[in-house]
Ligand binder design. Sequence first.
Ligand code: GH3
Ligand code: MG
Ligand code: MG
Length: 304
Amino acid sequence: MSKADVMTEESLKPGKPADKALIRLLTTLLCSPRLPDELQIDAALVNDPDFQRLYAYILALRELSTALRCGDLQQFASGKGFILANLKALQSNLRHLTWQTKKVAEGDFSQKVDFLGDFSDAFNEMTSRLQDANGQLIRLASIDGLTQIYNRMALDEFLGAAFAKAKEQAGDLSILLVDIDHFKEVNDTYGHHVGDRVLVQISQLLKKQVRTGDMLARYGGEEFIAVLPGTGIEQAVSIGKRVLEAVGKKAVISVDAERRLSVTVSVGVSDIRPEDTSGEDIIKRSDRALYEAKNTGRNRLCAG
Ligand code: GH3
Ligand code: MG
Ligand code: MG
């Protein structure tokens, strides 16, 4: 059975033979890039409801395929039928792809495409690379370059969330402020590069004292903060004492073959109070307690 037979069998009334003129007309409708202003259609066909349906169907195909080719995804096409349904499915998939691309532009790199063969692979590789690169950027933006612990920006974010949660659940929240004693002297005596090594070592020691769920950050030059969610003042004081002990035992740095240097830290501790309006209030009290620890001899902990 030829293609022409199929066309006439489905489109025309049974028993009505397709003639050359009809085949030419259908070929023009389906294949010509532009339709003549006035189509020559046999008068009997013009009034034939089956022909009218076929004619409208082919025009809908022409319009939808032209719109797709031009990137217009809003073209409405009524009717069903195999080819039209395929084009409509493609149109709907491309609309979804547009939505997905907007999501990617907004930073949602979890988007995946599965209907466009090689394009899907390329798109999915792009989003997964963006996801990796974004993860790395977030890490870089929140980690202190020297000590590899969290920086001030990450601290603000973490403390904001921890404070809100503690307020909401009437839970505990404590803060340790840790400052290296006479650090300026270390720099002045041994040089900045040794000072940097001290900062790295102290942050590693502190890291071992905080628990999963706590957060350790470099607050400023030689100051560190540990945010301890769900921790009351007594427990925070005992963690602070452990910090003093660990630093006292282990903060020894070899300057060179002959010289060794040991450092101490002072610690200020405070916990959340009902009148606090932000984590900054706890930091301020910890800072006052730290000031007291400095003024009363250093290498000690004070609570405020
Ligand atoms: P105190 O016991 O009262 O805390 O005295 P301190 O000397 O530790 O405190 P001070 O604030 O006088 O000095 C802090 C020094 O820390 C001064 C600054 O140059 C140094 N510092 C800040 N950031 C860095 C850094 O990244 N590397 C090094 N090596 N030094 C730093
Ligand atoms: Mg300081
Ligand atoms: Mg200091």
